[in-house]
Design a protein around this ligand. Structure first.
Ligand code: ATP
Ligand code: MG
Length: 551
């Protein structure tokens, strides 16, 4: 499992110091997604960080749904997030938690703030409130409702809760400082009216707490010791601390910020990913081109590769952009070590072996993996007709072409050396069949006549094989920073998906498990797609980085 003791993790050092100073018996972190979309690669960084820190200190990590915006949230998202966290290899402590589990307590604490005279019901419209708030360069103006009495505020807040007011007509605000240079302290909103049914609490509430009011108090209720979030929340920390000072909370968590993960060629914002789904630019949240955890899973990326990547990029106090080639490297590296090998032919061309009987059948064996005995052996038949790739035969070619050429030899991988004698073309001149002969005694041996083959190509028996479709995926965006433009969809790579039908592979592939990756020799890493009733293989990634020189 991941190890958070990597030296490039400053949070690890902070926690180690806290533990050494005896501040905490038990380290408790949490991963707090909002269930308003599927998780993406950026969330993977936060998951790996929070769970591996808890593991490193033998503490616990909670999964808490930050569900305070019911209009954008749903059970579908809740379920997908749980599945993704589990799939990444982590188990949260105890039951899944929901901020909405704490709505009663949060409401009671809002009342506490009113009673202390540090919260008030404000009737400014959202537009007016924005004006009163001022700007980064000018201080705000006190709301005319700021000095309402405690009694009046208690009554109005209760009427808000009972649903007596329309959405937007009033809100509960903290009374802090409208002149603060930190905008978050200019009387932030604690509760707003939303007459929306909640996926978890149903119609119990028509007022919902703001993120700022809910988050720190939820951390306190759960006894979170280190509340880790991304840098954009640094300016919210004084507010986070203000609430904890004002309220009789059972614990005093501390917030720490780290730089979010940004990847080039990639969009990492749930809102923008949702727009791709809603606009049918992709085939759902789990489209294998999506940088979502579910998309990567469907594409054949392994949890180990993602965890490795998250460790490689480290944790810093500033935002940066990581090269997607690093992610691809982590994926390739893991698959190279672990994916069983198989042969496939994506664009089949029939080869008839003229010196074999038409009922010839011979079992060929090959290792499941060149360096992994535990992956066993594969067996597949050799026959009088086999398929090779259309690109692997030419009538004439120069010396650089190391495949089959008319009159020349090539080795069929794991099997015989063959020599091309003739070919058949259709009316348009397309080659539809090659006639060749096998050179006897060449399985694992060079030809006795000393004429060595020029190269090795893959092949599949024409009689017994698996037939399938493949989807060749490439990067979804063809521009390094698609996010830089308002309309990032203009940067969608028109060649991000190429579907090929009529592909063939070793017979064993007919039994391939879903989301289980293979290396198709010479072609790349592929895994069986999860959705189709038919046999489809998704290309996880090619064997080499072809973008390196393109960019
Ligand atoms: P998005 O911007 O995609 O909507 P979010 O931050 O609103 O993401 P949340 O569900 O609120 O999504 O995030 C859950 C946790 O994941 C938060 O702690 C958040 O800081 C973290 N997180 C989200 N995106 C990234 C990222 N790109 N890199 C690192 N952590 C992230
Ligand atoms: Mg968020």
């Amino acid at each position: 499992m991941s190890d958070a003791t990597a030296p490039n993790n400053f949070l690890h050092n902070i926690i180690a110091d806290d533990v050494a100073a005896g501040l905490h018996q038990n380290v408790v972190t949490r991963f707090p997604p909002e269930p308003n979309g599927y998780l993406h690669i950026g969330h993977a960084k936060s998951i790996v960080l929070n769970f591996s820190l808890a593991q490193a200190f033998k503490g616990q990590c909670n999964l808490r749904f930050d569900d305070t915006n019911p209009e954008k949230e749903s059970q579908e998202y809740v379920d997908s997030i749980k599945r993704d966290v589990n799939w990444l290899g982590y188990d949260w402590a105890g039951e899944v938690r929901f901020t909405s589990d704490y709505f009663d307590q949060l409401h009671a604490w809002a009342v506490t703030l009113i009673e202390k005279g540090v919260a008030y019901v404000c009737d400014l419209s959202p537009e007016q409130a924005r004006e009163y708030r001022g700007s980064l360069t000018s201080s705000g103006t006190n709301s005319p409702y700021r000095d309402r009495s405690v009694e009046e505020n208690l009554e109005l807040f209760e009427r808000m809760r009972r649903g007596e007011f329309d959405e937007g007509s009033c809100a509960l605000r903290a009374k802090i400082d409208m002149a603060s240079p930190n905008m978050n302290l200019r009387d932030p909103i604690l509760y707003r009216i939303k007459k929306v049914v909640h996926h978890h609490t149903g119609d119990k509430w028509c007022i919902y707490p703001s993120y700022d009011f809910a988050h720190g108090q939820s951390d306190a209720i759960e006894g979170i010791t280190h509340s880790i979030c991304t840098l954009e929340f640094a300016d919210h920390r004084p507010l986070y601390d203000w609430f904890l000072t004002q309220l009789p909370v059972p614990a005093k968590p501390r917030q720490y910020e780290f730089g979010r993960l940004n990847l080039n060629y990639t969009v990492t914002s749930k809102r923008k990913l949702k727009a791709l789904v809603d606009g049918n630019f992709v085939d759902g949240w789990d489209d294998p081109r999506m940088p979502t955890i579910s998309g990567m899973r469907r594409r054949g990326v392994t949890p180990a590769a993602l965890r490795k990547f998250c460790e490689m990029i480290g944790v810093t106090k500033s935002d940066g952009v990581v090269d997607v080639a690093m992610l691809e490297h982590a994926i390739r590296d893991d698959l190279d070590k672990n994916a069983p090998r198989a042969m496939c032919v994506l664009r089949p061309l029939k080869v008839t072996l003229t010196n074999l009987a038409d009922n010839h059948e011979e079992l060929i064996s090959a290792p499941g993996h060149p360096h992994r005995d535990d992956l066993g052996e594969r067996l597949f038949p050799f026959a009088q007709t086999v398929y090779i790739d259309r690109d692997d035969f030419r009538v004439e070619a120069n010396k650089k072409y190391k495949r089959l050429v008319l009159g020349k030899r090539v080795r069929l991988r794991h099997a015989y050396v063959i020599e091309a004698e003739d070919y058949v073309a259709d009316e348009q001149g397309n080659i539809v069949e090659v006639k060749a002969r096998i050179i006897e005694n060449t399985i694992g041996l060079d030809p006795e006549d000393g004429v060595k083959p020029k190269g090795v190509i893959q092949w599949v028996s024409a009689t017994k094989h698996a037939s399938f479709k493949v989807r060749l995926y490439d990067r979804l965006f063809n521009c390094e920073s698609p996010d830089a433009d308002d309309d990032y969809t203009v940067h969608l790579n028109p060649e991000s998906l190429l579907e090929l039908d009529g592909c063939v592979g070793e017979i064993g592939l007919a039994e391939a498990q879903v989301e289980h990756a293979y290396q198709f020799e010479r072609e790349g890493y592929f895994c069986r797609d999860n959705s189709a009733a038919e046999l489809v293989f998704n290309r996880t990634i090619g064997l080499r980085d072809v973008w390196e020189n393109k960019a």
